[in-house]
Design a protein around this ligand. Structure first.
Ligand SMILES: [Cu+2]
Length: 335
């Protein structure tokens, strides 16, 4: 073998080795390991299509290389035409039927998988499905549980039970997208519209996600996650949170402050880091409950420019009380 074929062979081997690296783990282009049946359906479809695509790629590239070598010019003069070949019914039928079969296989596979991805299973066992409202806002996620409890950015859920999510955004806000990769596909949070999705997780743990629709300057701060606990732990938490939040709960207040206020305005206190957007809030401003409520409910606008969205227009009084309770605790400690 001369130097040129060696070079070609070397390049080929290198190219064939690279998909292995690309496919390895979550650092590659594969989906994250699924933890819910709908995510499982998405991942299986992904790998089915990937296998077909890689197979076709190998066949096409191998043929290409074989033809390049076999039908190379050799000693024919540059100006001479190669042999003229016309028509081959069998070949033409094959390259028409082949892609049809491949596309049909993909369509059938996906349509078989789709109901298991889109529809939550009928939850007759274990107390039926748990329904949670998910509201996407600039720049946080709010979760409302059946007993009135609220949490911010971390959705808590029981293991082994179907959780159905109604995903939306308030009228004055923009479109966001709910996405916990290990628990299913993306679902848009659209102002004035309710989309539904679901998950069911067996393993307690934390499943991180992120807003998947560019929704403004602090889009990247819309991180969220699902904290899955055992059914007993979850029931305990939900009951306790529901009761505590009725009269203002500093724990929820902290979630509200950190999830809603601090992302733009920075941490509390003179030593706290400044926010990336919006002024750092002075303790005196935060202690003035009336001003605070007005800004939270109505936002702030300068002529022709929206400065701050009305983040808490839909908040319950309990949510405001919770925020005040937290601020009171914190600011009291600092003075
Ligand atoms: Cu968003």
């Amino acid at each position: 073998m001369g130097p040129r074929p060696l070079l070609i062979l070397g390049t080929l081997v290198a190219l064939l080795a690279s998909p292995a690296a690309a496919l390895a783990g979550n650092g590659g282009f594969g989906p994250q390991s699924p933890a819910s049946p709908n995510a499982e359906g998405i991942a299986t479809s992904f790998w089915f299509i990937t296998a077909l695509v890689l197979g076709i790629f190998l066949i096409v590239e191998t043929l290409l290389v074989v033809f390049v070598v076999r039908f190379r010019r050799r000693r024919r003069p540059r100006t001479a035409d190669g042999p003229q070949i016309h028509g081959s019914n069998r070949l033409e039928l094959a390259w028409t039927a082949g892609p049809v079969v491949v596309l049909f296989a993909i369509a059938v596979f996906v349509f078989v998988k789709l109901p298991g991805i889109a529809n939550a299973p009928d939850a007759t066992a274990s107390g039926g499905a748990l329904e949670i409202e998910v509201v996407g806002q600039q720049f946080f996620w709010e979760f409302r549980y059946p007993n009135g409890a609220v949490s911010i950015d971390t959705l808590r859920a029981p293991a082994g039970r179907t959780v159905e999510l109604s995903v939306t955004a308030p009228d004055w806000d923009v479109i966001h997208s709910w996405w916990i990769p290990r628990l299913g596909g993306k679902i848009d949070a659209i102002p004035g519209r309710v989309n539904t999705t679901w998950f069911e997780v067996e393993e307690p743990g934390y499943y991180p996600g992120q807003c998947a629709e560019l929704c403004g300057l602090f889009h990247a701060k819309m991180l969220m996650g699902v904290e899955v606990m055992s059914a007993g732990e979850f029931d305990e938490w939900l009951t306790a949170a529901g009761e505590a939040q009725r009269d203002g709960d500093p724990a929820l207040g902290q979630e509200l402050w950190e999830g809603v206020c601090a992302k733009c305005h920075g941490a509390l206190g003179p030593d706290g880091a400044a926010g990336g957007y919006g002024p750092k809030l002075a303790a005196t401003t935060l202690a003035d409950v009336n001003t605070l409520e007005n800004v939270i409910r109505n936002g702030r606008a300068l002529p022709g420019r929206k400065v701050m969205p009305p983040v808490g227009r839909d908040w319950t009084d309990q949510q405001l009380e919770s925020l005040y309770a937290y601020l009171e605790d914190e600011l009291g400690d600092q003075s």
